[in-house]
Design a protein around this ligand. Sequence first.
Ligand code: AHR
Length: 504
Amino acid sequence: MADIQAKLYLDREFTLGNTSPRLFGSFVEHLGRCVYGGLYEPGHSSSDELGFRKDVIELVRELGVTIVRYPGGNFVSGYNWEDGIGPVEKRPRRLELAWRSVETNHFGLNEFIQWSRRTGIEPLITINLGTRGIDAARSIVEYSNHPSGTYLSDLRIAHGYKEPHNIKLWCLGNEMDGPWQIGHKSAEDYGKLAVEAAKVMKWVDPSIELVVCGSSNPYMPTFPQWESTVLDITYDYVDYISLHIYLGNREDDTMNFLARVRDMDTYIGTVIATCDYVKAKKKSRKTIYLSFDEWNVWFHSRDKDKVIEPWAIAPPLLEDVYNFEDAMVVGDMLITLLNHSDRVKIACLAQLVNVIAPIMTENNGPAWRQTIYYPFMYTARYGKGNVLKPVIKSPTFNTKEFSDVPFVDASAVLSENGELALFLINKSMDSSIPLECTLYGFNKDLYVKKHILYSSSDPKAENTRDNAFNVLPKEIKDSCSITGNTLNVRLEPFSWNLIILSSR
Ligand code: AHR
C-alpha cells in the first residue's frame, strides 16, 4: 500500500439524524431450531413456566435486540395464523412446505407476544400474502389489537389475553417476488393484493404501520422495477418498503467477501432513489422509509441442508457456524446501516437463534455467542443517537468483483449523554493503518473513555459449544492520542473497533 494513512473528518453540526431504536432488530422464523429448541424448549433446565429458555432471553437482552420480526420468512407464505392460537393440545400438526418440516404449532402468536414482553422487545408480525389474503389480514389485526366486543377480540380474551397485544408494525408478506415463495406473484398482482390488505388492516387499527415487500435481494432480475411498480400501487397505504440481503464467501476469497458489503450500500441507495422517484411521480409529500428486515452472512450451511431428511420436527437447518471474517462483514454491514439511518428505520439481523444466528443452543444443553454476536451487541449498545456524516479518505483495494474499495470504513454516533461512539473497521489482512480523525465543533476536553478491539490472527476462528470464548473483543488501553481536535489511532490489521470519546 503506497499511502498507508486514513483520515476521517467529523463535524458535530453535520448530522444524518437520530438512529431509530428499531434499527437493532432481529428475526425469528418457524425454521429449523429457531423457535423449537431456541426460544422455546419446555423441560429445559433454564426454561420458565411457559417453556421459554431463560438463558436465551438473557443473551437476547445482552445483545440489545429491540424488535423481532416473526413468524417468517418463507414459512409465513403457507401459514395459517389461526393454527397457532387456542389450547395447545387442539392445534393441528401440518406439513410445512417452505422448509419441508412438520410444524406442531405448539408455539404461535400469543406465545410470541408473551416471549416479546418477557424479553423486552417490540414484535413485528408478518402476514401471509402467499396462500392467504385480505380476510386473514384483517382478522389477525382484529384478534391482536381490537380491545373487545367482537368475535375475534373476544376469542383472544377467551384465550387468556384480556389486554390487546397492540402490535404496531406489520409486514405485508415475505419476498413475494421470489419463485421459491409459496404464492409467488408478479409485482402488479402483489401490489393489488397488498394495497387491499393494507387498507383493511388500517381500517381495523389506524395506528398500525405497514411494510410492503421490496425485492428479495438486489440480484433479482426484477430489481428495482418491482419496487417501482409495487410502490406505484401501494404508496398511500404503506410506510416502509423491505430490503433483504445475505452475503457469502463460498469461493473463499476473503477480500472479495469484505468488499461485498458495498452491494448493501448500493442497494440502499437504489431503493431510496426508487422510493423518491415514485414520490415525485405522485407529487406526494409522504416519504417512504426502508425496512432492512433480513440481513446477514449466510452460506456455510447451504450444502449441508440439502442432505437433511424432510418432514422432521425442528431439524437443524441453516445452522451456520460463523468465523471471525463473518463477524468483520457483519460489523461493516452495521456501519453501513448506521450511515443510512436517515432512511433505514427498521433492520433485522436474520435470524436470532440457531438459524443463521448470533446465538446458538444445544437441545437440553447450553447456549453460546457466535462471532457475529459481538459487533451487533456493541453497535446496538452505543449506536443509539445522532449519526454524524463521516467523510473518509482511505487507501483502497481491488478484488475480482470490486475496485477502489476503502480499507477503512467508519460511522460516528453522538449519544444523548454527549459521548461520541466511533465504529471503525480496517479490512487489510496484513497492515495496520494509522487513522487521523479530525473533530469539528467538539469541546477541547475530549478523552478516550474506551477502546474495544475485535481482531483475530485467524480469520476462520469460530466460537463453538466446546470453545465458546475462542474469539472475543477486548478492551485496550493507551491505543489512541488526542491533540487539540485530532484523534490518532493505529487500527490493527483485520480489526473492528469501537472507540468512545467523552468530555472531562
Ligand atoms: O432467513 C432465511 C430465509 O431467507 C427467509 O425465510 C427468507 O425470507 C429468506 O429468503
